[in-house]
Design a binder for this molecule. Structure first.
Ligand code: GAR
Length: 208
């Protein structure tokens, strides 16, 4: 068994994505450890979840910073206090600049099938509302490497779900989140196993 992957988790909300990663680490299906959690909002319950598990958790409040650059600098100075292999965005609703040494070492999960229904303003329930309003028959989620633009980096894994006639944004969100809970830890485990390589926009996964 190789060394567990050291994760820094960035979040802005309830932290159910963080909790799922912690649960997968606990049940042995994800060979990682969460070494720090950074929240962008004071009311992000994810910070509380981390503290309950004695994981160092700090607030870097987005609203205290004038621009993306100064906010990003503050986030990276927290991340660099720890020995981090991979930065995991878990419901992190802020744009983040990514320094060269962390290129392809930041991952995100988006609650839609990129490149549809993504980009600025498309997050959380906005995605599900837009999918239903458009009349799409499929939605899903996407795990991808993050770059300095919203939802744009190379795609690691996607999973689809049907959109049902009587779906509300909440019911669709629930179905999509079940898939997120499966594929996000799976994708991170593939990275932990060293099986993920990137060629331009294409991500290759080496068979076990
Ligand atoms: C997740 O469903 C995630 O897909 C979405 O926010 C939710 C966070 O839930 N992320 C985005 O929309 C990012 N563009 P959580 O705060 O309970 O982990």
């Amino acid at each position: 068994m190789p060394q567990p992957l050291s994760l820094a988790v960035l979040l802005s909300g309830s932290g159910s994505t963080l909790q799922n990663l912690i649960d997968r680490i606990d049940d042995g299906s994800l060979n990682a450890r969460v070494v720090c959690v950074i929240g962008s909002r004071a009311d992000a319950y994810g910070l509380e979840r981390a503290r309950k598990r004695d994981i160092p958790a700090v607030l870097v409040a987005r609203k205290e910073f004038a621009d993306t650059q100064s906010f990003s600098n503050a986030v990276w100075s927290e991340i660099r206090k720890h020995n981090v292999d991979l930065v995991v965005m878990a419901g992190f609703m802020c744009l983040l600049e990514i320094p060269d040494d962390f290129e392809n070492r930041v991952v995100n999960v988006h609650p839609g099938l990129i490149p549809a229904f993504c980009g600025k303003g498309m997050y959380g329930h906005h995605v599900h509302e837009a999918v239903i309003a458009y009349g799409a028959k499929l939605s899903g989620c996407t795990v991808h490497f993050a770059n300095a633009k919203y939802d744009e980096g190379p795609i690691i894994m996607q999973a689809s779900v049907p959109v049902l006639d009587d779906d509300t944004p909440d019911s669709l969100a629930e179905r999509v989140q079940l898939k997120e809970r499966e594929i996000y830890p799976q994708a991170i485990q593939l990275i932990a196993e060293g099986r993920v390589t990137i060629e331009g926009r294409r991500v290759h996964i080496r068979p076990a």
